[in-house]
Design a protein around this ligand. Structure first.
Ligand code: FES
Ligand SMILES: [Fe+2]
Length: 386
């Protein structure tokens, strides 16, 4: 039993989510028909990573964080892990912006640190040029000494962004196609992601290729084995189903015996018997547990090094010690236990083994077809950029 009230407003799953649940009920496993392979060099070759970076991470829309991290107008958050100095803000109208965290005067980093701050105005530490959280240059000291300066031309440099389904996305390139982000947003709205509260976040440094981390979330073959001591038993006898939303994967694991007694069109009931998971291109994972949601964002630094930021969202902030204990245990179980000590560790062990060259080609069983599919999507994105 949960120590807190986790009742959600009545919500209906999207048609796509329902179709997966119906598949599970009909016991239509969507396993691959055949074994397949993935070449090892896609994880170990630094040049391959450079191509992925240019074609994928420097081009495609990607998630930065959940909306719940910046709940109020006037908030700002420096964000560096994508390799760019970004500044995420929420303006007075509640609109999200993603800027380069760089003063237009002489290029100084505008906001220091890595924490969310309540700012309204952003004052450069060097000569105190002052910006609004919507990016406008509001004022500068001794404006008479800049006779040719037009303030309107010297606002912060903004990158394309969108807030949908309780997540903040950005794109490093102009004119991005956010249509799949919006489509996914329908599922995340059904999960009530936008109404969640931010509970905890942690930036993990994983010594493994970003796709090795994705792989661990693209098959259920390991779940009752690698996770035998943690969440494995919960997934015993689970039936898996999945589909694609553009380049993004959506998976569902259901416990068949429990599904009969449940109204699948009620989101809260459905979540108790079917666990959904989303594996997004380039590298993000959305993992809703029955009463909370983890969002994981992968930010590769090199072919063998990935920063992963894990966020935990909960339906209401804890009001009692008992409630806090409950969420603290969930956070420790998933972030520290399942993800860090098990899935990320498996990715690091994979990198260590593959870098020896001993296994030039990885073998995938029919339960691991999701990995093959994901790698094809990555290859497609590489081809599209050429
Ligand atoms: S560099 Fe920012 S005010 Fe001068
Ligand atoms: Fe796992």
């Amino acid at each position: 039993m949960s120590a807190v009230d986790t009742t959600y407003p009545a919500r209906r799953p999207t048609d796509g989510m329902l179709a997966l649940a119906k598949d599970i009920e009909a016991n239509h496993k969507r396993d691959a028909a055949e074994q397949s392979t993935v070449p090892a060099h896609v994880y170990t070759d630094p040049e391959y990573w450079e191509r992925e970076k240019a074609a994928i991470y420097d081009c495609l829309p990607q998630i930065l964080c959940p909306s719940a991290l910046l709940p109020d107008a006037g908030m700002a958050l420096p964000h560096d892990a994508t390799g760019r100095p970004l500044l995420i803000t929420r303006d007075a109208q509640g609109l999200v912006h993603v800027f380069l965290n760089v003063c237009r005067h002489r290029g100084t980093r505008l906001v220091e640190g890595v924490e969310v701050c309540a700012a309204k105005k952003l004052v450069c530490p060097y000569h105190a040029w002052t910006y609004s959280v919507d990016g406008r240059l509001l004022a500068l000291p001794r404006p008479d000494t800049f006779p040719d300066l037009d303030k309107a031309d010297n606002g912060l440099i903004e990158l394309p962004s969108i807030e949908t389904g309780g997540l903040i996305w950005f794109c490093p390139k102009e004119n991005p196609d956010f249509s799949y982000a919006e489509k996914l947003g329908e599922d995340f709205d059904a999960l009530g992601m936008g109404e969640q509260h931010f509970y905890r976040r942690k930036l993990h440094k994983v010594k493994g290729n970003w796709k090795l981390i994705m792989d661990a979330f693209l098959e259920s073959y390991h779940v009752t084995r690698l996770h035998a001591q943690t969440i494995g038993p919960f997934f015993k006898d689970g039936v898996t189903s999945g589909d694609m939303i553009g380049p993004h994967s959506r998976a569902a694991v259901g416990r068949l015996e429990e599904m009969e007694s449940v109204d699948l069109t009620d989101m809260a009931q459905l979540r108790r018997v079917v666990t959904f998971a989303y594996q997004l291109l380039p590298g993000a994972l959305i993992i809703p547990s029955p009463d909370y949601i983890n969002v994981m964002v992968m930010m590769p630094q090199a072919h063998d090094l990935t920063l992963v930021e894990d966020f935990m969202l909960i339906p209401e902030l804890p009001k009692t010690e008992k409630a806090r204990d409950h969420w603290e245990r969930s956070w420790a179980l998933l972030d520290g236990g399942v993800f860090a000590s098990e899935d990320f560790r498996a990715a690091e062990l994979g990198q260590q083994g593959l870098s020896t060259g001993a296994v030039p080609e990885l073998t995938l069983g029919t339960m691991e077809g999701g990995i093959r599919r994901y790698h094809e999507t990555v290859e497609e994105a590489l081809r599209a950029a050429n």
